[in-house]
Design a protein around this ligand. Structure first.
Ligand SMILES: Cc1cc2nc3c(=O)[nH]c(=O)nc-3n(C[C@H](O)[C@H](O)[C@H](O)COP(=O)(O)OP(=O)(O)OC[C@H]3O[C@@H](n4cnc5c(N)ncnc54)[C@H](O)[C@@H]3O)c2cc1C
Ligand code: FES
Ligand code: FES
Length: 1359
């Protein structure tokens, strides 16, 4: 085969045939689509199969069944070479704004499911594939298809709502279920009519009476979009499968050979060819889904010169039903395994398929749909990962493997303990090929269960998983054989010896089994993955669940011998079940009489949603390549604090295609200095590195692959420098900080001495990775004539980028233009930290006089650009017996990382937010920004506010617990009102927090549900619920007074069209849409006549960063100002001919030589910033308020939790656009839910970030959002201090997600109280499964906790 001619790849993309005789086997489909075919709709979000941004549909024709199969796949992992004879459909192939939209594209856009839009093409393609396979799916099908797709902006609800319209559940969840429901009529809800006709259970506002809060029953709408605008879905319009593919069966049978510069790729068509290839190349990798090999190559620096694709070998692809079980060819994909086992479960007696049922349950949580569609069963077994989800089940089941080699022929291996020989090793020899996997049927007297606990339920690898099987002697409850196999408990799948033959299935077996497991499953503190005590606890908790489940089954069989399970015990055996999500959104309609043309207050669709849904929207890396363009790859520090002894780039420079390698010496020392406020950073580290991930150099090469490979060849010699400060505790020890700053109110000492009660506490709130779906991307284009630079950047702050680039190049700002079309999310992470990436490429572009581009890989972005600040809070509170706060003293320590960046302001914002919504006469708050050797931490939605408020809420809830008082009563008693002052003496006007609070109580039916939760907790031992009501207040304005200004520019052209520009950037939040709405109202023209092209420093100079939730307020006023100028100039023409209309007025004004271009400017009045030295100032122009109720359920044996329901009432003044504002509420809340429950940054003691991608770092997925999610915008609360009486909304709702955290804590407290543990306990954020389980505390957790001191170095530290 090797000497044969090279093959030509035949592939259809969007119906078009491609033939490529020069395919490089290393190239993924994603790179091929984006770079070779210039189909940039398919996005790169992670490159590791974890985000779904790259989802495409692959179709193949099965000549034996005469059927076309469609499946979704991750283009980032699919080698293009594997697609010979297949058809690929991308988002561009299914519809476009220029021709015809596909219904999936239209519905996600119109339902407001696309904010930044970077995830949207992937979402569309998952839905499209589902519809191709099933035009009338259920919501459960949608859920299954979307487990592999992430969105960081929307909070998923609007995506689900948009796609719900395709499903059989279309009438439920999102609507009241009535045949004439407003949702279906799309006409707006006649609330009065509904109140009269249907009870609270049936109408859209399920449960709580959300219509009638505060007696407001009119001018309310639920209708964020009109479903009648949706074009009907007509499957017959879908792109047809290329007929040519049906006519060429040989394309699927051919032997193929592709050869690239580094890798040869074979696709043999018989087992003997496969075996001889393997004999010839024992080191060759067999590749099916490439979901392991692809990761090894991309992220673990592995190179495999020979790859063999076995998907044409019949023996490896067939499924056979045998007497003993089902035999799967090793290349059978997991989706096919799933389908086959499901059919068996549905057709065979229950007892025969218990193993299959357990495997199906496990596969439900295995990767995402895209992964299961491509990954093979054999790949999972042969990889032998210690956290494989299948291996523990297969090992416990005694699966049998057939392996073959050319030399030794066939042999059979039983999967047992001896199969796994070490970390990712097993007894299959290098020259052998795994041919089949036989999964046996179970027997009547046999029970089998699988367990998995991961950080996130969907698409996550296991922390611990297990397969457990017990066979009893015929017609007895006496054990014949017990096998348990665990993943996540050592370097291999482990099968502890459980020789309990002859023992009865009773509590003594449980007891001895538990002790045995703990003995046989030791883990040291340094075990990779950490969480040692939790993992041990999980192992025994699983065994306990298994014991109970089996006992339950035995008791049905032998009621006189085996006691039935109590209700409590039955609860312990329950597994999570999917429920269809439901939601409601309520908002105030526009006042009667508002012109139909005027879009203010209406739920206008995001201005570029349709372009985003069709893949037409351009992000930086989608911009066409310039001639001579080069690509940059960064050389990063691998040490946290070290002197650079030498840099050696000789190997990199020798690589073909490398243009130049840059280090600090290539730049004048002064110009190398940079930083957003203090110049305390360097573009290239010159002498000392102060964190892992710091930029030391830049390799510039002809393309990305060359640059990245060359960057890995650069050698740096270091000498460690002391101290190495990683954690906040290290910084406190070394007194390494900026600050402290203090705010005083009243007399704190006096307040404490007069307090009848004083409590003290401490809490840690972990950091959070921004995880915007689009990583940092920049393109620097030098201008030859004037030495200037155009920078196309994914930044929230083009002015800062312009200033820093000018500084680095030694030129004036007027020679640098920074342009931002849109970003795929920012959340604060692209406000300043983007400059670590954009400055090096600008330096290179300027020196080389050629354009240079860079888009960071996800792991690089996560390493370099910092996170939300982890905070340690220490608090002391004084209060009366009645629960009135008398004194508070709080200290914050934030882990700022290695440079000041915005950390000083973040800490100050936390300090200014610490009062949340409570009064107290005597308060002191002190803040420290700890300087450590971590990457510089930075702004993140809320900017320190959420952390500052979290400590206060911890303090408040602990006070209520101490007093034995209801938390709500204590909160209400101390709650602020209009006329009160904050701890920094700002007086509160129009304070609406009590209204939000009361409304959410009514909406959530809070008091009744609280009683139900209490009843539930009394009745259940192993599952507990918590329900929590929480208020918030968020101050609006930049703390630096000078930033509270904004500019806009309006051009009116003679055809009447308007080009609007303002200083703010679009990152998904809908700022451009709102600005168009403002201009539309003032100019009195339809929004469709106004266009915003981009944000650019040459249009609006000196713009403030798009941040602090303040941009609609600032830029809205600037746009208003500019548009008023235009209208004033048009006034004479309007007066002269009032009926003529816009186009004619504009024309007349032009002919009258009137300027139709105007700038607008705004500065916020009434704010002064806060002077910490003088202890005075007015930092905020107003406050945004809200309140939430969340109910959760916790599994006390595993630490798993579900958010059952959240209700939010949010005051956004008179909303400019309820759809966008509700989108911000839901998206902000979901991000907060990640912050407080799921997302955990793990650093090694040496300061290396260990969680560097979606595989290791879990943001919320579809399943994590509240199963019921109701959001109302407070009605009748206009805000006189912002544009058209609106309020800022980007950040304020995030903190409401702490209601989830506190509800979880309440559920745990209930478990602890029952088990004799102190219900007053410290609980740090995030509330991960590990923390929940260990805090629940019980005999199992106690047994799993070793008292002996473990001196080994921990795997990770809390920073
Ligand atoms: C995003 C993502 C999520 C994931 N989630 C999970 C999860 O939830 N649970 C889990 O257990 N795993 C998970 N994985 C791991 C991976 O998907 C599985 O291990 C998968 O089954 C591997 O199959 P593959 O076909 O893609 O393997 P490939 O990458 O194609 O091959 C894997 C290895 O197996 C060898 N191999 C394959 N077939 C044979 C054969 N017939 N004979 C000899 N050697 C062979 C290859 O040489 C290679 O070394 C995930 C991976 C990703 C990228
Ligand atoms: S880019 Fe492919 S899954 Fe993230
Ligand atoms: S809209 Fe989903 S990531 Fe931005």
């Amino acid at each position: 085969m090797e000497r044969g001619p090279l093959s030509t790849l035949v592939l259809f993309v969007n119906g078009k045939k491609l033939e490529d005789a020069e395919v490089d086997p290393e190239v993924t489909l994603l790179t091929y689509l984006r770079q070779k075919l210039r189909l940039c709709g398919t996005k790169l979000g992670c490159g590791e199969g974890g985000c779904g941004a790259c989802t495409v549909m692959i179709s193949k024709y099965d000549h034996t069944t005469d059927k076309v199969e469609h499946y979704s796949a991750n283009a980032c992992l699919t080698p293009v070479a594997s697609l010979h004879g297949r058809a690929v459909t991308t988002v561009e192939g299914i519809g476009s704004t220029k021709t015809r939209l596909h219904a999936a594209q239209e519905r996600i856009a119109l339902a407001h499911g696309s904010q930044c839009g970077f995830c949207t093409p992937g979402m569309v393609m998952s839905m499209y594939t589902l519809l191709r396979n099933n035009p009338r799916p259920t919501m459960a099908d949608v859920d299954e298809y979307f487990a592999g797709n992430l969105c960081r902006c929307t909070g998923y609800r609007p995506i689900l709502e948009g796609f719900r319209s395709f499903t059989t559940d279309a009438a439920t969840g999102g609507s009241c279920g009535r045949s004439d429901c407003c949702r279906k009529r799309g006409k707006g809800c006649d609330i009065k009519e509904m109140n009269g006709e249907v009870n609270g259970e049936m109408n859209c506002e399920v449960n709580g009476d959300v219509n009638n809060v505060n007696g407001v029953t009119d001018n309310i709408s639920h209708v964020l979009y009109d479903t009648e605008e949706f074009q009907p879905y007509d499957p017959s319009q879908d792109i047809i499968f290329p007929p040519e593919l049906k006519l060429h069966p040989e394309w699927q049978r051919q032997n193929l050979v592709f050869r690239g510069p580094r890798v040869s790729y074979f696709r043999p068509s018989s087992l003997s060819q496969l075996l001889s290839l393997k004999a010839e190349h024992p080191g060759a990798r067999i590749v099916v889904g490439n979901t392991e090999v692809g990761i090894e190559v991309k992220f673990k620096n592995q190179t495999y010169p020979v790859l063999i694709n076995p998907t044409n070998v019949v023996e490896l692809t067939k499924v056979a039903l045998t007497k003993e079980g089902v035999a799967f060819g090793a290349s059978v994909t997991l989706s096919v395994v799933e389908g086959t086992l499901r059919r068996q479960v549905n057709s065979l007696p229950e007892y025969r398929t218990r193993i299959f049922t357990a495997i199906l349950e496990m596969l439900r949580w295995f990767g995402g749909k895209q992964i299961r569609n491509t990954a093979a069963i054999g790949g999972n077994i042969v990889t032998s990962s210690p956290i494989s989800d299948l291996n523990p089940l297969l090992a416990a089941a005694g699966a049998r493997l057939t392996v073959r080699s050319a030399e030794f022929g066939e042999r059979e291996i039983v999967m047992d303990q001896s199969f796994f020989t070490g970390y990712r090793r097993n007894t299959i020899r290098p020259e052998e090929v795994l041919v089949t996997v036989l999964i046996p049927y179970s027997q009547k007297n046999e029970y089998f269960l699988g367990f998995k606990q991961s950080r996130r339920r969907e698409d996550d690898i296991a922390i611990v998983n297990a397969g457990m099987r017990v066979r009893f002697l015929q017609e007895t409850a006496v054990v014949e054989r017990l096998v348990v196999a665990f993943g996540g408990m050592g370097p291999t799948t482990v099968l502890p010896l459980m020789d309990y033959e002859g023992r009865s299935w009773d509590s003594s077996l449980l007891e001895t089994g538990t002790s045995r497991l703990l003995q046989e499953l030791p883990l040291s503190a340094s075990a990779p993955g950490g969480m040692v005590e939790y993992r041990r606890t999980l192992a025994v908790s699983f065994f306990f669940k298994f014991y109970l489940s089996v006992r339950g089954r035995l008791s049905e069989q032998f009621p006189s011998l085996v006691a039935a399970l109590t209700e409590e015990e039955q609860e312990a055996t329950k597994v999570y079940r999917y429920t269809t999500p439901r939601s409601t959104q309520l908002f105030q309609t526009v006042p009667p009489g508002q012109s139909a043309l005027d879009p203010i207050g209406r739920p206008l669709t995001h201005a570029s949603a349709l372009q985003q849904a069709t893949g037409e929207a351009l992000y930086v890396d989608d911009l066409p390549r310039f001639k001579g363009e080069l690509y940059g790859a960064l050389v990063l520090s691998s040490r946290a604090h070290a002197r650079i002894l030498s840099t050696d780039a000789s190997d990199a420079r020798r690589m073909e295609g490398v243009e130049r390698v840059f280090f600090a010496e290539d730049l004048e020392a002064e110009r190398n200095k940079t930083g957003c406020i203090l110049l305390d950073e360097e573009i290239f580290a010159s002498d000392t590195v102060t964190c892992v991930g710091q930029v030391i150099g830049l390799v510039v090469a002809k393309d990305q692959a060359t640059a990245q490979r060359a960057a890995k060849l650069v050698r740096i010699e270091y000498e460690d420098v002391k101290p190495r400060i990683i954690t906040i505790q290290d910084a406190i020890r070394e007194k390494s900080w900026w600050g402290p700053w203090t705010i005083h109110q009243g007399d704190v000492e006096q307040g404490f001495s007069a307090s009848p009660h004083v409590l003290e506490g401490e809490m840690h709130v972990g950091g959070q990775e921004h995880f915007y779906l689009e990583t940092n991307a920049h393109l620097a284009v030098p201008r030859c004539e004037d030495g200037g630079m155009d920078v196309f950047s994914s930044t929230q702050n083009p002015t800062l980028t312009q200033q820093l680039v000018a500084r680095a190049l030694g030129i004036a700002c007027n020679r640098v233009t920074c342009r931002v079309k849109r970003m795929g999310g920012g959340f604060g992470g692209k406000e300043t930290r983007n400059n670590s990436v954009s400055l090096p490429i600008c330096v290179a572009a300027s020196v080389l006089k050629r354009p240079v581009r860079i888009m960071l890989d996800r792991d690089e972005d996560m390493q370099i650009t910092g996170t939300r600040h982890p905070f340690l809070g220490r608090w002391k509170v004084g209060f009366t017996a009645e629960g009135v706060f008398t004194a508070m003293d709080v200290e914050f320590y934030a882990n700022a990382g290695c440079s000041a960046n915005q950390s000083l302001e973040v800490v100050q914002k936390a300090m200014l937010s610490m009062d949340n919504v409570y009064r107290c006469k005597n308060r002191r708050v002190t803040g420290y920004a700890c300087k450590t050797n971590l990457p510089s931490n930075t702004a993140f939605r809320g900017f320190g506010g959420p952390q500052g408020m979290m400590f206060t809420e911890d303090m408040v809830s602990r006070t209520a617990d101490f007093l034995g008082m209801a938390h709500d009563e204590l909160r209400r008693k101390n709650m602020i009102d209009s006329g009160d002052v904050t701890h920094f003496e700002q007086s509160l006007e129009r304070c609406t927090v009590r209204r939000c609070w009361d409304d959410v109580i009514a909406q959530a039916n809070y008091h009744t549900r609280r009683e139900a939760v209490e009843r539930f907790n009394k009745a259940n031992k192993y599952r507990k619920r918590g329900i929590y009501l929480l208020p918030t207040k968020f101050g609006i304005a930049f703390s630096d007074l000078s930033l509270n200004q904004a500019g806009a520019l309006v051009h009116v052209y003679t055809d009447g069209s308007v080009l609007l520009t303002h200083g703010g950037t679009e990152m998904g939040q809908g700022l451009h849409t709102k600005m168009i709405q403002v201009a539309s109202r003032v100019l009195r023209i339809p929004a469709s006549r106004i266009y915003i092209s981009e944000t650019s420093t040459d249009k609006v100079p000196n713009a403030t960063s798009t941040a602090a939730s303040f941009s609609s307020d600032l830029y809205g006023m600037a746009v208003l100002n500019a548009c008023n100028t235009i209208m004033n100039r048009l006034e004479p023409y309007i007066s002269k001919n009032p009926k003529a209309g816009w186009d004619k007025w504009v024309k007349a004004a032009y002919l009258g030589r009137v300027s139709l271009s105007a700038t607008g400017f705004h500065k916020t009045s009434g704010v002064t910033g806060f002077d910490f030295e003088m202890q005075k100032g007015i930092p905020f122009t107003y406050f945004t308020y809200g309140a939430a109720v969340t109910e959760v359920e916790v599994d006390c044996l595993t630490g798993d939790h579900s958010v059952l329901r959240t209700d939010i009432v949010m005051d956004v003044g008179d909303s400019l656009n309820p759809a966008l504002d509700i989108g911000q509420v839901e998206g902000g809340f979901t991000q907060g839910l990640g912050l407080f429950t799921l997302e955990e940054l793990r650093f090694s003691p040496e300061g290396v970030l260990l969680t560097r991608g979606p595989g290791a770092y879990k943001i919320p997925g579809f399943q994590d959002i509240p199963r019921e999610f109701n959001v109302s915008l407070l009605r009748g609360a206009p805000n006189p201090r912002a544009i058209f009486s609106s309020k800022a909304i980007g950040e304020p709702p995030l903190f409401l997600a702490s209601s989830v955290f506190l509800a979880i804590k309440e559920a745990i407290a209930s478990a602890r109280a029952e088990r004799g543990f102190d219900p007053l306990f410290r609980f740090d954020s995030p509330a991960t499964a590990e923390r929940i389980r260990m805090a629940c505390g019980d005999a199992l957790a106690r047994m799993a906790t070793t008292d002996t001191e473990d001196t080994s170095k921990p795997w990770s530290v809390t920073v």
